[in-house]
Design a protein around this ligand. Structure first.
Ligand code: SAH
Ligand code: SF4
Ligand code: F3S
Length: 466
């Protein structure tokens, strides 16, 4: 079952790009950050590591050697939070072994639960929300002298624009261009955990783009809960202008973005994507439901008709553009008929991929007050139906790729087999291909792969040049 929003794990291939000087202070204290949730959290963890590294903490990649363990958490669904409570139980073992270990909770769950976390999880020394990461060093210092810390104020201006995230591996970078969300979809906790929408400066992002290219990164993903709302008032620039500016700043860099909202997927954005070869032809456009009645209850602000019209505009401008979506099963009052409409919409669009979830009620949201009337077994059955249909569609789409040649950005060793490496197509599909010392390519190269075999999730092939 697909449960969390997509989290691409940082590539574990050769280390080709190091974005910032890392202090490896001997005798100094060490920090381990564990990240849950969406890509924005991954980027935030890099920001926290950068802040802590400047304060003299060496970054370690496991809890065993750490003096400070920070969990950067997600609150999007109940099971995301349950995972963190479980993880905190495990961390008791580390605390027993090391009396002065500092354990902190960052991110959306920290923002949502605040003092409740400190009260209910005795092990936790500090709780820091997404807009207060600059305070991490002083709060950790106080925690070492036995003081519990809480910093959960949301900000209308904080964007960490001046902080270079500490990226230590891989060739693919996450770049948050804005924070917060003002859309208030009725099921969603994000406006409460991340606060109001605010954007970084266009110049700051363009400078970061050049810097990333110069330090060896070959792909970047511009991140925001709703990137269409990006604005640089001083420059009178919108998201399309930013995308074009990044594409021009690093013409060989693969540029992706996520997430755009169907309500304001503009013609200008579609035209901009079509105009630049280095903007990947892949759009994640979450529809959530195929029923207008449910969409209205969700406060999504578009109809199925509008959504399909946008899809047509995308396909007209970019016939080979890959598409993916998010679906929620069992939103309050969802009938079998509503569910069938979702199935039909998905069959009609034929997404390359989808992230599918059971509805999970979140305190404070408007949907919380609508109750949770769809029984769990019905939600599960509907979820299984959408997953099964989507897997069949993805399998068929990937089968049609057999015999084609794909341009693949090499990421590194595949997770399953050391004799194979993996990379990604422009359309965000994972491709597996053979590797040995004579292969002649390295991480970050773009190679051509003839696709010979596929599953619903992956393409497999042979390299035809490098
Ligand atoms: N900003 C993005 C989505 C962020 S959350 C957007 O608007 O598309 C990622 C996905 O989690 C959402 O698209 C939605 O499908 C799912 N989600 C959010 N809240 C949820 C909830 N309460 N229960 C189940 N799924 C939820
Ligand atoms: Fe949540 Fe809606 Fe904002 Fe996405 S656009 S983060 S689903 S409120
Ligand atoms: Fe989760 Fe917060 Fe991201 S709730 S999905 S970590 S914005």
């Amino acid at each position: 079952m697909i449960d969390l929003p997509v989290v691409q794990t940082p590539q574990n291939g050769e280390q080709t790009a190091v974005d910032a000087e890392i202090t490896t202070a001997t005798g100094g204290r060490t920090l381990y950050v564990e990240t849950y949730g969406c890509q924005m959290n991954l980027n935030d963890s890099e920001i926290v590591q950068s802040i802590m590294n400047k304060s003299g903490y060496a970054i370690v990649d496991g809890p065993d050697d750490a003096d400070v363990i920070l969990l950067n958490t997600c609150a999007i669904r109940d099971n995301a939070e349950r995972r963190i409570h479980e993880r905190l139980k495990h961390l008791r073992y580390y605390k027993k072994r090391k009396n002065d270990l500092v354990v902190g909770v960052l991110g959306c769950m920290a923002e949502r639960l605040r003092t409740r976390l400190l009260e209910n999880e005795k092990l936790v020394d500090l709780v820091i929300g997404p807009d207060e990461y600059r305070k991490t060093p002083e709060l950790v210092d106080s925690a070492f002298s036995g003081e519990k810390g809480l910093a959960v104020k949301l900000s209308r201006v904080e964007t960490y624009d001046d902080i270079t995230p500490l990226r230590t591996e891989g060739i693919s970078a996450w770049v948050s261009i804005m924070r917060g969300c003002d859309k208030f979809c009725t099921f969603c906790v994000v406006p409460w955990t991340r606060g109001r929408e605010r954007s970084r400066s266009l110049d700051g992002i363009v400078t970061e783009t050049r810097h990333l290219w110069d330090s060896g990164f070959r792909e970047m993903t511009l991140l925001g809960q709703n990137v269409n709302s990006y604005r640089d008032e001083d420059k009178d620039a919108d998201f399309s202008d930013l995308l074009a500016a990044c594409a021009e700043a690093a013409p060989q860099m693969r540029i992706r973005y996520t997430t755009s909202h169907p309500y304001d997927m503009s013609d200008k954005l579609i035209e901009t994507m079509a105009a630049y070869d280095n903007i990947c032809k892949y759009i994640h456009l979450p529809v959530q439901s195929g029923s207008d009645r449910v969409l209205q209850l969700m406060n999504r602000k578009y109809t199925v008709e509008h959504y399909l019209e946008r899809m047509q505009a995308i396909k007209k401008a970019m016939p080979h553009c890959a598409l993916s979506t998010d679906i929620i099963c069992g939103f309050p009052t969802e009938t079998e008929e509503d569910h069938q409409m979702t199935m039909e919409l998905m069959a009609q669009v034929r997404y390359d991929g989808a992230f599918m979830f059971k509805y999970s009620p979140r305190e404070r949201t408007r949907a919380w007050k609508m109750g949770d009337d769809i029984p769990d077994d019905v939600k599960t059955r509907r979820l299984n139906e959408v997953i099964e249909q989507q897997q069949n569609i993805s399998r068929e789409i990937n089968q049609a790729a057999i015999g084609t040649t794909e341009r693949v950005l090499v990421e590194g060793p595949s997770k399953r087999n050391a004799a194979e490496w993996q990379g990604r197509t422009d359309s965000n599909k994972v491709v597996i291909f053979p590797h040995n010392e004579h292969s002649g390519y390295i991480v970050g190269d773009t190679i051509e792969v003839a696709v010979e075999r596929s599953t619903s999730a992956t393409l497999f092939g042979q390299i035809i040049n490098s």
